[in-house]
Design a protein around this ligand. Structure first.
Ligand SMILES: [Zn+2]
Length: 269
């Protein structure tokens, strides 16, 4: 027992764990409790809040480098569409993009690609960039690195079969990631892409709602998150998104913005 302090007789078991507590074996001397408990509780809550924020916040770089856009002076905008392919809204969107001569970036769900390979082919044939959005859209915060790699590889196989060679871009479902998940993404040779503006089209009651969400904070250089599908099943109604994109492109063109794909926007490595 020499050199080791005995555990105080009067101790309190804390209702949560924190790195600060490790040196006490999860126990604090009772005498310090009134002061220390408040401090440790605050530190614990701050750590939990920061971890939650950084695992989901699209622009946070704390858990690993991700692409979210470039400087406003560029006047460039990158439209990105997640959770397709999705009949008929992906095709409607392709018509709108074609009418405006705009190229966008689509992050496709592997299991939908396997069911609707012809729509994935139409996206690629129209000159849009196709990226990986996992096989069936798990939140990577809760997924082990080996499963992250399996999700990516299954989606990549479906994309390869449907459209052949495609981009090395990856978007984590829900924007959820951890340092371990991002390392798994890079081990697969992919570059994680998040976003800087969301149209929040999954909660929209109108096309105007989506358009307003986007233009409100827009300066230029943004990666814009929208959806041509829904992660729960095929057939999600994205009519508001299609209408919003039609208006948004016309409005942004008038204001001198230029729509590009994510690879066009990304700085050369
Ligand atoms: Zn998604």
């Amino acid at each position: 027992m020499l050199g080791r302090s005995p555990v105080p007789a009067a101790t309190a078991r804390l209702p949560f764990s924190h790195p600060l507590l490790a040196c006490w074996g999860g126990r604090l001397p009772t005498v310090y409790n009134p002061l220390m408990l408040g401090f440790v509780a605050a530190a614990g809550l701050a750590t939990l809040a920061a971890a939650g924020y950084n695992t989901m916040a699209p622009r946070s770089q704390l858990f690993g480098r991700t692409f979210t856009g470039i400087e406003p002076e560029s006047r460039q905008l990158a439209l990105t569409f997640d959770d397709g392919p999705n009949d008929p809204w992906t095709q409607r969107l392709l018509e709108v993009l074609n009418r405006h001569q705009v190229r966008a970036t689509f992050f496709l769900i592997g299991r939908y690609v396997a069911q609707r390979p012809e729509i994935a082919q139409q996206i690629a044939a129209a000159g849009h960039v196709v990226g990986n959005h996992t096989w069936d859209h798990p939140n990577l915060i809760f997924v082990r690195p080996a499963e992250v790699e399996r999700q990516i590889q299954r989606c990549a196989q479906a994309l390869q079969q449907a459209v052949g060679p495609h981009s090395t871009l990856f978007r984590p479902p829900f924007g959820g990631r951890t340092p371990q998940a991002l390392r798994a993404v890079r081990r697969c040779g992919l570059q994680p892409v998040l976003w800087s503006i969301s149209g929040r089209d999954w909660e929209a009651k109108s096309a105007a709602y989506i358009e307003n969400k986007i233009v409100r904070g827009m300066e230029g250089g943004e990666v814009i998150l929208l959806h041509d599908g829904g992660h729960r099943s095929l057939g999600a109604d994205r009519s508001f998104t299609v209408t919003a994109v039609d208006h948004l492109i016309a409005r942004c063109h008038e204001q001198g913005f230029n729509f590009v794909t994510v690879p066009q926007m990304m700085p050369a490595a």
